[in-house]
Write a protein that binds this ligand. Structure first.
Ligand code: DLL
Length: 435
């Protein structure tokens, strides 16, 4: 089902003409209003008038997560504060989050993008959509929420957590669709299985799952446990939130990127040169309709490939493959972005602790578990149980405060964490993506 047929099926030629106009407008806007972009463009010797074709996007500077961090909180905003009506945020590499600002127009664009995603899942006026992504600074809950309202479906804003209540409401309210992270979808499914629940009592038909990497194996399991079709939705705070790209029921593979709002490139992460269609590279996104905080050539560090073949659904917006992983070291644990350097920042300076650590990530009962191994300083090898217990508590608290996530802390004997002469290995990720 299309939400916006003329846009979703627009001939490529027209779509590309529209993209160019919008790109030019965005470049003018950031050049005028955002010192960082103006200075970078001047350094590269490129002015807004030089953007004469879509290929000229490659003349523009890249934007990185660090640029958002360094300009925290409002430095990359391109609209006056009086026009900003919403803020969202996601965690970054330090204690400070990445902040995104939206004008009223941006919120329209966002709900339009999510409405198209819901159309891809055949969700319309007759549906009841349980939004079990977290509500708040995270873009998942509110992002889906306003898209559901836009298509005229009924939204049940349960937010994440409280599995028992989620399942009760799902049955009682007759939810036909659910939106949450794939790992939470598995938990919901297992809740049903463990309760020997008769699936025919549910009206659930489709799930809209994203915010973290998942696999075909996980899709199969979710579909079996919940008795639904499971579809992948992609997005990130820096470019808008969920709704940048979405799988459709017909194609069932590959996510349509809404190219009238987001221009994308797939580049070799080392050289910055485009990779041929079909080959994996880093996804780089330029927003072309955002006002509050447009981003030029944002390096997502997410790995994907363009699917060159047209989709049987008739949408002309190109598809990217399911996101394969990241080029940097950001981990996503239970939907929370975690950088190893955050742990380092938390433990450095705690008396009795050496700045040696290792993050071990596992998936236990389909939930991510983060174990943080931290080395004791040689001077503190205390046999005194109370002293070690106190240290255990204060180090856990310090780490949990920075990450916003509960962790399993293991204090290790001095020298027991492996050393390396080159780059240190900070992470062991045992979550098997091929399940
Ligand atoms: O996770 C936005 C979102 C909410 C997307 C709900 C989909 C559904 P951030 O917290 O900024 O925003 O995290 C963005 O999450 O760069 C990817 O690494 C990862 N990610 C998001 N969706 C997917 C997906 C939201 N479908 C980061 N597959 C992105 C794999 C995903 N990774």
């Amino acid at each position: 089902m299309y939400w916006n047929k003329p846009m979703e099926t627009m001939p490529r030629e027209n779509l590309e003409r529209l993209q160019l106009e919008r790109l030019q407008e965005t470049v003018r806007r950031v050049y005028q209003n955002v010192p960082l972009y103006r200075e970078r463009m001047q350094k590269l010797g490129v002015a807004p008038e030089d953007i004469c074709s879509l290929d000229d996007v490659r003349r523009l500077p890249f934007t990185e997560k660090t640029d958002l961090r360094d300009n925290y909180p409002y430095g990359l905003f391109a609209a006056p504060q009086s026009e900003i009506v919403r803020i969202h945020a996601s965690s970054g590499t330090t204690g400070k989050p990445i902040v995104a600002g939206y004008t009223a127009h941006d919120l329209q664009v966002w709900s339009e993008a999510v409405a198209r995603c819901l159309g891809c899942a055949d969700v319309g006026r007759e549906d009841t959509v349980q939004v079990s992504y977290g509500y708040g600074l995270f873009t998942g809950g509110l992002g889906l929420h306003y898209g559901v309202e836009k298509v005229g479906a009924k939204v049940v804003p349960t937010s994440a957590g409280n599995t028992h209540r989620q399942l009760m409401l799902m049955e009682d309210l007759g939810s036909t669709a659910v939106a949450c992270t794939p790992s939470y979808a598995l938990m919901l499914g297992e809740g049903l299985r463990d309760a020997h629940f008769d699936l025919s009592r549910l009206k659930l038909r489709v799930g809209i799952f994203g915010a973290e990497p998942w696999t075909e194996g996980m899709r199969d399991e979710i579909e079996k446990l919940l008795g639904i079709k499971a579809l992948d939705i992609y997005g990130l705070t820096e470019t808008i939130g969920p709704g940048v790209a979405m799988e459709c029921l017909e194609g069932h593979s590959g996510l349509h990127m809404w190219e009238d709002h987001f221009m994308f490139e797939v580049l070799n992460p080392d050289s910055g040169e485009p990779v041929p269609d079909g080959e994996y590279g880093e996804l780089v996104i330029t927003t072309i309709t955002k006002e509050g905080m447009p981003t030029l050539r944002y390096r997502t560090h997410d790995l994907t490939a363009v699917i060159p073949e047209p989709c049987p659904c008739g949408r002309t917006h190109r598809r990217i493959r399911r996101l394969r992983g990241r080029t940097d070291d950001m981990l996503i644990i239970r939907g929370v972005n975690v950088f190893p350097s955050q742990v380092e920042a938390a433990i450095v300076g705690i008396p009795g602790i050496a700045p040696r650590y290792l993050l071990v990530v596992d998936r236990v009962n389909n939930l991510d578990v983060l174990e943080v191994q931290v080395e004791l300083a040689p001077e503190l090898v205390s046999d005194e149980v109370r002293a070690v217990e106190d240290l255990q508590r204060s180090v856990s608290r310090a780490i949990e405060q920075v990450l916003g996530l509960s962790v399993k802390l293991r204090l290790m004997n001095p020298g027991s964490i492996e050393r390396s002469e080159g780059k240190s290995k900070r992470v062991v990720d045992n979550r098997s993506l091929i399940r």
